[in-house]
Design a protein around this ligand. Structure first.
Ligand code: FAD
Length: 402
């Protein structure tokens, strides 16, 4: 068994950022990153691919290019974690020992939870920006639709980037408006939840766009099945006297499926009651195993699951892991920051930035984040600056605007 100072599960936004941040702080650490994927994806860019703004390729880089040179990449999955022997068993058969473990495997998008969906995705007008290969199909559907019915669905929370289901919709409506087709397209937002957005300060600005585009909202509507050939989607609609099944025909259907924690977490005894990683909300240290830390979408902390949250979590985890290795008190704290750039039209964004309990936490100047109003500067941030910041600063462990 090879033993490392730090073993990191996952080479996504969280795993790579924290590895780089650790090595920037102490370059002689031995770090192993367990990650099966050949490529690393900039998932926040997929909304822009679906809106015809970014190319698909611009959201992908070879994993080998983002893994820090001083870290050892094990290209396989973590099969089980044994907190008592301080080791991780890999699917390749190898076992890695750790002094500190960082768990960052992201979340599981549960495509199979919607009956008939997997068979029809990418065909029959059924798409999702939640997959790299499908985001371009969203744009091709948006471009070709000139009349008919468009459905955009949102599953129960939690999901990664809670605003992404409606971002896809606003960008589509904006295109139809500019083409003069908006009046011929009936758009419905079918949301399993009861509110437009979870942080209430942002709802009025978003509601204005719902009205501007003439979108019908259907709350408590949970997508349960899709019949691609018949172009009909089935919803469970919660009402006062129980739920009923409602069928809606469509010409275009943008689906965001339910999302769940990787089973590895619960199977290894590291989960909270919901299956997510049981972390201290402030230090990001595991509640029961002090030499385990975590960040990113797999965490049970109540922040918005976003890469923006990772931007604030990675330096906190890096500092606390180092303090813990050196037997110092954990002094770095995370306040639940997350952000969601809501693309309400091509060229304008409502930049939602908030912490635990929906407290607004703006980190950009007022001309970018004007409270709850859309700005052109926030669009430029998303379209031009953030991808660069992600690849060049965040994944290299460099802090900015903190
Ligand atoms: P990921 O980046 O998903 O990485 C997890 C990694 O772990 C993967 O590479 C996976 O292969 C690996 N892994 C999984 N299981 C194992 C295992 N057992 N062993 C080893 N490795 C494993 N965020 C924003 O901030 N702003 C946005 O505008 C935004 N928009 C989004 C739009 C869309 C359509 C999507 C899908 C996401 C969006 N996000 C946005 C969310 C953001 O992408 C995620 O919050 C972020 O990537 C989380 O990082 P992570 O490291 O936890 O997970």
């Amino acid at each position: 068994t090879a033993t490392y100072d730090v073993v990191i599960i996952g080479g996504g936004a969280g795993g790579i950022s924290v590895a780089a941040s650790l090595l920037n702080r102490q370059s002689d650490l031995t770090i192993a990153i367990i990650e099966p994927a050949e490529d690393h994806f900039y998932q926040p860019g997929w909304t822009m691919v679906g809106g015809g703004i970014f190319t698909q390729e611009s959201t992908r880089k070879p994993m080998a290019d983002v893994v820090p040179k001083k870290a050892t990449w094990h290209q396989t999955t973590a099969k089980s974690i044994n907190p008592d022997t301080e080791s991780v068993v890999l699917t390749s058969g190898q076992t890695l020992g750790y002094r500190r473990l960082i768990v960052a495997p992201g979340l599981v998008v549960d495509w199979s939870a919607i009956s008939g969906l997997e068979e029809t995705l990418g065909h029959n007008g059924v798409t999702s920006n939640y997959r790299y290969d499908l985001a371009p199909y969203t744009w091709s559907l948006v471009k070709s639709l000139t009349q008919g019915k468009a459905l955009f669905t949102q599953p129960p929370m939690p999901i990664k980037c809670a605003g992404a289901p409606q971002k896809a919709m606003y960008l589509a409506c904006d295109h139809w408006r500019k083409q003069g087709n908006l009046g011929q397209i009936e758009t419905t937002f079918c949301n399993a939840g009861e509110v437009l957005f979870g942080v209430k300060d942002y709802v009025p600005a978003l509601q204005k766009y719902i009205e501007h585009y003439g979108i019908e909202t259907a709350y408590k509507n949970r997508l349960t099945a899709v019949d691609g050939a018949a172009k009909v989607a089935q919803f469970e609609v919660a009402g006062e006297n129980g739920s009923q099944t409602v069928e809606r025909p469509f010409d275009m259907l943008h689906v965001v499926p339910p999302q769940k924690a990787p089973v590895l977490i619960a199977e290894s005894g590291l989960a909270n009651s919901g299956g997510w990683l049981d972390l201290n909300a402030s230090t990001l240290q595991h509640e029961r195993y002090p030499n385990i830390f975590g960040l990113g979408d797999a965490s049970g902390t109540t922040n918005a699951k976003t890469a923006a949250a990772v931007r604030k979590q990675a330096p906190v985890v890096a500092q606390n892991v180092l303090a813990s290795l050196h037997e110092q008190p954990l002094s770095a704290a995370y306040y639940g920051y997350g952000s969601c750039p809501l693309t309400v039209e091509r060229g304008k964004i409502v930049l939602a930035e908030f912490g635990y309990n929906g407290q607004l936490q703006p980190t950009f100047p007022k001309w970018v984040n004007d409270g709850t109003h859309p700005t052109r500067a926030a669009w430029l941030l998303k379209a031009k600056a953030l991808p660069w910041i992600y690849w060049r600063l965040m994944l290299r462990g460099k802090e900015w605007l903190s």
